[in-house]
Design a protein. Structure first.
Length: 181
């Protein structure tokens, strides 16, 4: 039987000897009520510190992720970027890395915001230059895409194709009228 407090009482009787055995299983969490209350009060006291540590860890993770993405963007498009844009972004990356080593969440966030702005400006510059390359004609007056082939395709019906084949079979001998002269 399990009573209201969660205590299990088990009774067993041996049929041959008629002996009874009883076992009582009680809750045993290992902590007394006083220890539980003390742990709860300690958690409440340190809640503010824990919140600050979590915010710092989240800010550092955000900064690290943005730095990684931006550095990847720089290496992938290094040949198409001008030096001024690269320098601005690299400077912002350095600021983020320096701020992330500290304990000031607001400094990390402001450095991340600066890197975001520099990264967006870099992306805008890349898209603008890509659109300019596609729209500008080269010396021949054609667009810069060499893979494009300009062609016209006509589909002939089966009847017209048969007539074309008959016209091109020049194996016929000239008639006698054409040879008499």
């Amino acid at each position: 039987d399990i009573d209201v407090n969660g205590i299990l009482n088990v009774t067993a009787q041996d049929k041959a000897t008629n002996e009874k055995q009883s076992v009582r299983i009680e809750e045993s969490s290992g902590l007394s009520d006083d220890e539980i209350k003390q742990a709860q009060s300690a958690a409440e006291e340190h809640a503010e510190d824990d919140k600050k540590k979590r915010e710092l860890a989240e800010a550092r993770n955000k900064a690290s992720s943005l730095v990684y993405q931006t550095e990847k963007l720089l290496t992938e498009h290094a040949e198409t970027l001008d030096e001024a844009a690269k320098t601005a972004v690299e400077s912002a990356i350095t600021k983020v890395n320096e701020a992330a080593t500290g304990e000031d969440v607001s400094a990390i966030d402001s450095a991340v915001d600066e890197l975001n702005q520099a990264s967006h400006a870099l992306s805008k510059h890349m898209y603008d230059s890509a659109e300019g390359d596609e729209a500008s004609p080269d010396a021949d007056g054609e667009s810069g895409n060499d893979d494009v082939i300009d062609a016209e395709v006509e589909k002939k019906s089966d009847d017209s194709q048969a007539e074309a084949e008959a016209d091109t079979s020049g194996d016929e001998e000239p008639t006698a009228e054409a040879n008499s002269d």
